[in-house]
Write a protein that binds this ligand. Structure first.
Ligand code: NAD
Ligand code: UDP
Length: 313
């Protein structure tokens, strides 16, 4: 069945891939973005579709639209960008969630929240399961994002309990791939761009901290499956790739796959940088019959190819 679907943050990295996927599935897509971190070029190729519409809007202000489903992705995701204007980051998560939940309630739409592994903070249990409540600093430099996303989850579950609104909450773990901005600031795009330009690869701290990197195509598949579940499934559900790497291992893989002679250099570790992170995806496997298919090397190769063209052009 074809639906009218709103994607907030649709001009960003994940949002643009999601819009493309939903159009491919035959839906009508309303892509909403204020281009804080997104780019027109991410969605330019979708503009010619009669089923695609772009709306320039900031989710911290209410909007009235007729839609069947809402994917709420609007929020800067890179630490560099969400820390640039932290008050706006919290507003985007919290006011954005209130506005989008209000819209969903008014039109009876199912709404999915793109939450994050950051709700676990610097996790004291490993790997992270959905029933872990997290270890988050409420007053640190990452708090605008972490607490904003935690509050958004609270709002989603209160709308569910109080208004019986059909909600879906996914917790996304580090996802990378083509269409990340070259200046995004997150580790995969930083390392690939530095390697391709022959610049030093900036390892924060000792590089012993870990992350688990998921390729964008896998993530989008999980997201769409979650939206397709029946109304009893609310989540939260972790979506990510459980293969864990240290940041130094990631740098070495990027060097090898690009053939770059860049040097690894150490930079100070930012405050509150989580020490380790890996999703337990048992719930996603059971509920969505989902698990990632693309290995880190395959995903990095596709991302490197994208940035080769991006950096050349
Ligand atoms: P991104 O920065 O590329 O995309 C975010 C988009 O939201 C951008 O297009 C930006 O312009 C838009 N936006 C920001 N503030 C807005 C506002 N007030 N009104 C309207 N639009 C606004 O980042 P991404 O990686 O594509 O992340 C998308 C979503 O997924 C975010 O909510 C993020 O928190 C979540 N997420 C991503 C990851 C990841 O690893 N990529 C991990 C966890 C969670
Ligand atoms: N990082 C790094 N060099 C960079 C950018 C990031 O070593 O140029 C590290 C960062 O300190 C963190 C990890 O890579 O430990 C992942 O950072 P990212 O900003 O991608 O996302 P996070 O998972 O921290 O939100």
């Amino acid at each position: 069945m074809s639906d009218r679907i709103l994607v907030t943050g649709g001009g960003g990295f994940l949002g643009s891939h999601l819009c493309e996927r939903l159009l491919g599935d035959g839906h009508e897509v309303l892509c909403l973005d204020n281009f804080y971190t997104g780019r027109k070029q991410n969605i330019r190729h979708l503009m010619s579709s009669p089923r695609f519409e772009f709306i320039r809007h900031d989710v911290t202000f209410p909007i009235f639209l007729e839609v069947d489903r809402i994917y709420n992705l609007a929020c800067p995701a890179s630490p560099v960008h969400y820390q640039r204007n932290p008050v706006q980051t919290t507003k985007t998560s919290v006011h954005g969630a209130i506005n989008m939940l209000g819209l969903a309630k008014r039109v009876g739409a199912t709404i999915l929240q793109s939450s994050t592994s950051e709700v676990y903070g610097d996790p004291a249990i490993h790997p992270q399961t959905e029933d872990y409540w997290g270890n988050v600093n409420p007053i640190g430099i990452r708090s605008c994002y972490d607490e904003g996303k935690r509050c958004a989850e609270t709002l989603f579950f209160d709308y569910y309990r109080e208004h019986n609104l059909p909600i879906k909450v996914i917790r996304i773990f580090n996802t990378y791939g083509p269409r990340m901005h070259p200046n995004d600031g997150r580790v995969v795009s930083n390392f690939v761009v530095q390697a391709l330009r022959g610049e030093d690869i900036t390892i924060f701290g000792e590089g012993t901290q870990t992350r688990s990197f998921c390729f964008v195509g896998d993530l989008i598949e999980g997201m769409v499956r979650m939206m397709g579940t029946d109304s009893t499934v609310t989540g939260p559900v972790n979506l990510g790739n459980p293969t864990e790497s240290t940041i130094r291992e990631l740098a070495e893989a990027v060097l090898e796959l690009t053939g770059s002679t860049s040097k690894l250099v150490k930079r100070p570790l930012p405050a509150d940088d989580p020490t380790r992170r890996r999703p337990d995806i048992s719930k996603a496997k059971a509920v969505l019959d989902w698990e990632p298919r693309v290995s880190l090397r395959e995903g990095l190769a596709a991302t490197i190819e994208y940035f080769r063209k991006e950096c050349a052009g």
